[in-house]
Design a protein around this ligand. Structure first.
Ligand code: SF4
Length: 104
């Protein structure tokens, strides 16, 4: 499979055997899609949320991004390198979510 995004100057290529693709379809994709169609299943926020219609109002996405607020109440007064690393891992997501909420 290849995806060409000329405006991003991006080419993504992914290879999978037909058998593995069909196995994933039957064991993962179909059951998950059926749950979603019934309004059941589990919300999972991620980078892909930026493409979602409810990205500005989704509670799960808000909860995930508001996790960063916990650092306001952490002791001691200085963040550790591990905490800073954790913040840097998710800060782009947080900025993207705040922009979506502001836009909404
Ligand atoms: S914004 Fe919410 S509903 Fe949309 S993809 Fe993210 S978690 Fe799922």
């Amino acid at each position: 499979m290849a995806i060409f995004q000329p405006r991003r100057e991006n080419v993504s290529i992914y290879e999978i055997s037909k058998a593995d693709l069909l196995k994933w379809t039957n064991k993962v994709l179909k059951p998950t899609a059926e749950l979603a169609f019934k309004g059941e299943g589990e919300f999972k926020a991620g980078e892909y949320c930026k493409f979602c219609k409810v990205k500005a109002t989704c509670r799960k996405r808000a909860e995930c991004n508001l996790e960063l607020a916990k650092y306001d109440f952490e002791m001691p007064s200085q963040l550790t390198n591990t905490e800073i690393s954790s913040i840097l891992d998710t800060v782009d997501s947080l900025i993207s979510w705040v922009d979506d909420v502001k836009g909404y």
